[in-house]
Design a protein around this ligand. Structure first.
Ligand code: ATP
Ligand code: MG
Length: 546
């Protein structure tokens, strides 16, 4: 739904009225964290909108706010955007490319009597600003002459003021209904090295001042952002009206993406990392692009999701099952099916010859024949999943039960006869017999076997760890209180089990469907190097949970 929403209708109108012949959009991430799925929504929308109208899409790193980790975040941001399959026009742009222009526009506003250097303390500025119900109060510095403001601003630029002791403010209206219009700050002092301009500057423009200027300099036609910037639009237009330019981009807002049981805010994610609730930005439980990638989500599935949710102004809290359905749909046609036993229970088939190994040929995908076949070894001792056996059960339990039969997937029908337990009464193995005439066939006397369970040879297999992920929050949406009190303590459960021998060659990042268990991905990081410690991340179960 990139081209049938209220914004694309505006673009349509602007093109057919001749207002624009070429449209330009941009994505302006601030390099203070990694991108998340909310950013993907914004990215795909801007990218496809420009593409649809044969316009240009720009990537602009909004680096007005210097931060020591800028470079690390920029590299991650660029990598993620490329990985999503998005390409931008020309080089990556940086807000800092425009620092000289922005500075000159500040001088222009001072010259026009529309900006002044304020020397109130930060606390005083806050107090003078007033509240939603009480108008603000003019700063005594508001009436300084243009000449004095110019001298003071130069002093700010030359590092003659300490941080927080002076700032440049627009002279608008301290009585405006909108707090944002009450003489907003345009420049503040920061003695912080900038990753691109080094120590050239010790004054940096605010988001509001730099953003509209960067949009205008790049010739952006439709500047799309999320609803929280709605009020800032007034200031955006005020600045462009009062500086010398003939390029007036228009800002339009749409709603942020929120997902149930999840967090889509860089600030909140960085708190989770600092508190060690998750490992880092790439933790597979996070809906960061890098977390989703490590979890096994494909770029296509994220794109499909963003397409499905569409663009509106309505507040939303999208069901996590919408995202999960997109990855299931994608992997259903891409992932090879294999068997894995995640929570193993030993089964001994006493009727099966001890030395014999049966080689069974299996299709890698039941509907996609060109995915080929593979060989799986069946032996007297196999593992099944603990949850697939019960000593007694009612008829709704269609798995292995003492005295009853079940089909082993791609193999024989077996019957459970007795169990062996340890001193604590835990079942350690199940003793069975098999019907030798049931390999790939129904029992010949017409017996109906209702259940099918998966298995792995206990002799020929590869040991593996399974990371079973679940949602990060245990509430759909946080109505009151802090998100930190809703952390799901079981968002990661690690199990040790077995996969087929052929998985010795599984490569990092590859996705598989483990029959009856879900889609899994070979973890990309150190602890799944080589076959000796294969680690699989569960991407998604086969059925909806929510
Ligand atoms: P966060 O709140 O996660 O820190 P942000 O808005 O500060 O995000 P920026 O890097 O400043 O992140 O945003 C870059 C662009 O991505 C902006 O245009 C912003 O509106 C958009 N964006 C951020 N979060 C979302 C979201 N959840 N849904 C849609 N768009 C988003
Ligand atoms: Mg931000």
């Amino acid at each position: 739904m990139y081209t049938n929403n209220f914004i694309s209708k505006i673009v349509d109108r602007d093109i057919s009225s001749g207002k624009y012949s070429i449209i330009r959009t941009r994505f302006p991430p601030e390099p203070n964290g990694y991108l998340h799925i909310g950013h993907a929504k914004s990215l795909f929308f801007n990218f496809y909108l420009a593409k649809h109208y044969q316009g240009y899409f720009y990537l602009r790193i909004d680096d007005t706010n210097p931060n020591i980790d800028n470079d690390k975040y920029i590299n991650a941001i660029i990598y993620d955007i490329r990985w999503l399959g998005i390409r931008w026009h020309e080089n990556v742009k940086y807000s800092s490319d425009y620092f000289d222009y922005i500075y000159h526009y500040a001088l222009e506003l001072i010259d026009k009597g529309l900006a002044y250097v304020d020397q109130l303390s930060q606390d005083e500025i806050r107090k003078y600003r007033g509240t939603l119900t009480c108008v603000g109060q003019n700063s005594p510095y508001r009436y300084q002459s243009v000449k004095k403001n110019k001298i003071l601003f130069l002093k700010m630029k030359n590092g003659e003021f300490s941080e927080g002791s002076a700032c440049l403010r627009a002279k608008i209206n301290m009585h405006d209904k909108s707090m944002i219009m009450r003489d907003p700050i345009l420049y503040r002092i920061k003695f912080v090295r900038h990753h691109r301009t080094g120590n050239t500057w010790c004054i940096y423009p605010t988001y509001d001042f730099s953003h509209c200027i960067a949009d205008s300099l790049e010739g952006i036609t439709h500047s799309l952002c999320t609803m929280e910037f709605q009020e800032n639009r007034q200031l955006y237009n005020w600045i462009l009206k009062n500086i010398t330019t003939d390029v007036y981009p228009k800002q339009y807002e749409f709603s942020r993406l929120n997902l149930q049981y999840s967090i889509t805010s860089k600030r909140k994610i960085s708190i989770l990392i600092n508190k060690k609730i998750v490992e880092n930005w790439e933790d597979p439980r996070l809906l960061t692009i890098s977390g989703l990638r490590r979890r096994g989500y494909t770029a296509q599935s994220i794109q499909e999701f963003c397409y499905q949710i569409g663009i509106t102004k309505q507040h939303n809290n999208i069901s996590i099952s919408t995202l999960e359905a997109c990855i299931r749909k994608d992997l259903n046609k891409k992932a090879m099916r294999t068997m894995a036993v995640i929570n193993p229970l030993l089964v001994i088939i006493e009727s099966f010859p001890e030395k014999y190994e049966e080689i069974i040929t299996i299709l890698n995908h039941p509907n996609i024949l060109n995915m080929g076949t593979r060989k799986v070894i069946f032996s007297r001792e196999i593992y099944i999943d603990k949850s697939d056996f019960r000593e007694i059960a009612n008829k709704n339990y269609k798995r292995l039960v003492l005295g009853k039969e079940v089909r082993l997937r791609h193999s024989y029908v077996i019957k459970a006869n007795y169990v062996q337990k340890d001193n604590q009464g835990n079942i350690i193995s199940v003793f069975c017999t098999h019907d030798p005439n049931t390999l790939h066939k129904h029992p010949q006397d017409g017996r109906k076997i209702s259940g099918v369970i998966h298995w792995i040879s206990a002799k020929k297999n590869v040991a593996a760890k399974f990371r079973l992920y679940d949602v990060l929050l245990n509430t759909k949406n946080i109505k009151h209180g802090d998100y930190l009190s809703y952390i799901n303590q079981n968002s990661l459960v690690i199990q040790s089990g077995f996969v087929e021998l052929g998985m010795l060659y599984a490569k990092r990042g590859e996705c598989y469907q483990f029959e009856r268990e879900g889609y899994f991905c070979v973890d990309t990081y150190n602890n799944s190097k080589g076959s000796l410690n294969l680690v699989f991340n569960r991407i998604v179960t086969l059925k909806h949970k929510f």
